[in-house]
Design a protein around this ligand. Structure first.
Ligand SMILES: O=C(O)CCC(=O)C(=O)O
Ligand SMILES: [Fe+2]
Length: 456
C-alpha cells in the first residue's frame, strides 16, 4: 500500500506533547523530527549531553534502501508467500537484517490512546508497568525505570515535560505474521520436535515462551542507546502505530577478531565517549519503520532506536539454526559484559538450544545447515555453563533432562564436522571470519552420522 507520508514529523507535537521550543533535526532521508527537550530548574536541556549528540550521529547515517548490500529489503508485493522464508533465512544467517514493508492490516493514522490499546491489543488501562523515564535516566543512567499505571503513562504522553517508554511489555499473543512464523526454529523444531525423545519433566523457565511476544510503547522523543539483544536471540519488531528510526551498526572490517567485535559492542554502548573510534570502525544504516513494516535482526546485531512520535510496536525473540554462530558471539558478549551491553537480561537460551540439538537427528531435510553455525551450537551445548550471562543466575545454566542427550548428539555431530582432540571445536570456530556461517553441510552424510539417535 502506498500512502503519502509527510516528511515533517514535528507537526502536531510542539507545545502539545513536547516543549514549543524543542530543537529539531533533519535526517539523511529527508525526515524532520524533534530532538528531545526536558528542561531542569536552571532551564538546561538534560538531553543535551548524551541523547542529542547520539541522535545527531544517527541522523547523518545513510538511509537503508532496497539497494543495500547489508540489509535485505522485501516489499509487500513479494509477500505473503512461504517462498520468502528461504531468502529471509539466508540473509539472517549471513548476518543481514531483513526489512519487510507493508505487512497485514495496520492502523493507518490511528491516534495512540489507552482505549485503542485496550480495544485492539487487550491491554488494560489499569495495567501496572515499568516505565523508562528520560529525566530519571539523565540523572542516573543505571536507574531509568519507575512503576506507573498505564493510564497515567498516556496522560504523561500529552505532558511536554515528560518523555517515557515501556520496553519490557509482555504481549504473549503477539507473534510473527503467519507467513514468517516458521522462522522460529527454537519452537518449531526445538520444543515441538523433541517431546517424544525427551519429555519435559523439569521446571522450565517461562521466558522460554514469554519472550515470544512483547510490545514497545513510546512517547515522542525517546532514544534507546546502542545495544544488542540478550541471550543470542534474533529479534523481530513490527510497527503498529507511529514511526521509528531503527539504526543497525556493523564493523567495517576485522571480522575474524572476536576482541574487536567485543570492543565494537562496548564502544557503541558508550557512544558519546567513543565517537572517533566508532566513525573509524563502524558503518551504520537507518531503517525507517512505518506501520506495517517489520525488521528482523540476526543475533548480536548492535542497534539504536529513535522514536520521534508516540508509537506502538510489537515484537519478539526467537532462535534459528542458520544463525547459531551469531548466537554464540552474542552470548560471548553477554558473558563478558552482559549487564552493560543489553537492555534486558534473559535466562532462557540454554534449554532451547539443547532442545534444538536434540531435534537434529529428526530434523526436516528442508533445513539448510552450515558448518560454523552448527559447530557453534555444539560448543554452546557442550560448554553450557560457560555461557551464563554476567549477572545471570546459576539456574539459567542448570542441568535438566536435556543435558545428557543433547551432549551426546553434540559430540557425535562435532566429530562428524572434523572435531578431534588435537583440533577442538573452539579452534575451528574462533578462527576465521566470525560472522561467516561456514560451508553448507551435506545433510545425508550428517543424518547418517547421527542415525543412531533416531531409534524409537
Ligand atoms: O524501540 C525501542 O526504543 C527499542 C527497541 C529495541 O531495542 C528492541 O526491540 O530490541
Ligand atoms: Fe533491542
Amino acid at each position: 500500500m502506498s500512502v503519502a507520508r509527510p516528511k515533517d514529523l514535528t507537526v502536531g507535537l510542539l507545545g502539545l506533547e513536547v516543549p514549543t521550543n524543542s530543537p529539531t533535526i533533519e535526517w539523511n532521508d529527508g525526515h524532520k523530527t524533534i530532538l528531545p527537550a526536558l528542561y531542569d530548574s536552571n532551564n538546561v536541556n538534560v538531553c543535551h549531553t548524551v541523547d542529542i549528540p547520539i541522535i545527531k550521529y544517527l541522523a547523518q547515517c545513510p538511509e537503508s534502501t532496497p539497494h543495500s548490500k547489508h540489509v535485505l529489503h522485501i516489499s509487500n508485493t513479494d509477500f505473503p508467500t512461504s517462498d520468502a522464508l528461504d531468502p529471509i533465512s539466508d540473509a539472517l544467517s549471513q548476518n543481514k537484517p531483513v526489512v519487510i514493508r507493508g505487512i497485514g492490516n495496520h492502523h493507518v493514522g490511528q491516534e495512540l490512546t489507552a482505549d485503542f490499546l485496550d480495544q485492539y491489543y487487550a491491554i488494560s488501562p489499569h495495567r501496572a508497568v515499568w516505565v523508562h523515564d528520560v529525566k530519571a535516566r539523565a540523572v542516573d543512567h543505571m536507574n531509568p525505570t519507575k512503576p506507573a499505571i498505564l493510564k497515567d503513562f498516556f496522560k504523561a504522553m500529552k505532558d511536554p515535560e515528560t518523555i517515557q517508554c515501556v520496553l519490557d511489555f509482555p504481549l504473549a499473543q503477539a507473534s510473527l505474521p503467519d507467513a514468517l512464523k516458521n522462522l522460529d526454529h527454537g519452537l518449531t523444531y526445538g520444543w515441538n520436535g523433541t517431546t517424544y525423545d525427551v519429555p519435559i519433566t523439569s521446571k522450565v523457565h517461562p521466558e522460554n515462551f514469554s519472550v515470544k511476544g512483547w510490545a514497545l510503547l513510546h512517547h515522542a522523543g525517546f532514544l534507546t542507546y546502542p545495544h544488542h539483544d540478550a541471550e543470542g536471540a534474533l529479534t523481530w519488531a513490527k510497527m503498529e502505530v507511529g514511526v521509528k528510526f531503527w539504526v543497525v551498526f556493523r564493523p567495517k572490517d576485522r571480522h575474524d577478531d572476536r576482541q574487536h567485535l567485543r570492543d565494537m559492542a562496548m564502544n557503541l554502548a558508550n557512544m558519546t565517549e567513543n565517537g572517533p573510534w566508532i566513525r573509524q570502525n563502524c558503518d551504520a544504516e537507518v531503517v525507517t519503520l512505518y506501520p506495517g513494516d517489520i525488521i528482523i535482526m540476526p543475533p548480536a546485531q548492535v542497534h539504536a532506536v529513535y522514536t520521534p512520535v508516540a508509537s506502538l510496536a510489537t515484537g519478539g525473540h526467537f532462535y534459528h539454526y542458520g544463525c547459531m554462530h551469531l548466537t554464540e558471539i552474542s552470548r560471548y558478549l553477554d558473558v563478558s559484559s552482559g549487564d552493560c551491553l543489553t537492555n534486558q537480561i534473559l535466562h532462557n537460551a540454554l534449554e532451547t538450544l539443547r532442545r534444538m540439538m536434540i531435534a537434529m537427528p529428526r530434523l526436516s531435510p528442508r533445513i539448510r545447515l552450515f558448518k560454523r553455525s552448527i559447530l557453534a551450537l555444539c560448543i554452546m551445548v557442550k560448554n553450557g555453563k560457560q555461557y551464563r550471562a554476567k549477572g545471570g543466575p546459576q539456574s539459567a545454566v542448570a542441568d535438566t533432562e536435556t543435558a545428557t542427550p543433547s551432549l551426546d548428539i553434540a559430540i557425535a555431530i562435532a566429530s562428524h564436522l572434523g572435531v578431534t582432540k588435537r583440533k577442538p571445536a573452539h579452534t575451528l570456530l574462533y578462527n576465521g571470519d566470525q560472522l561467516d556461517r561456514g560451508k553448507l553441510i551435506e545433510r545425508e552424510k550428517l543424518d547418517k552420522a547421527i542415525e543412531k539417535f533416531t531409534a524409537l
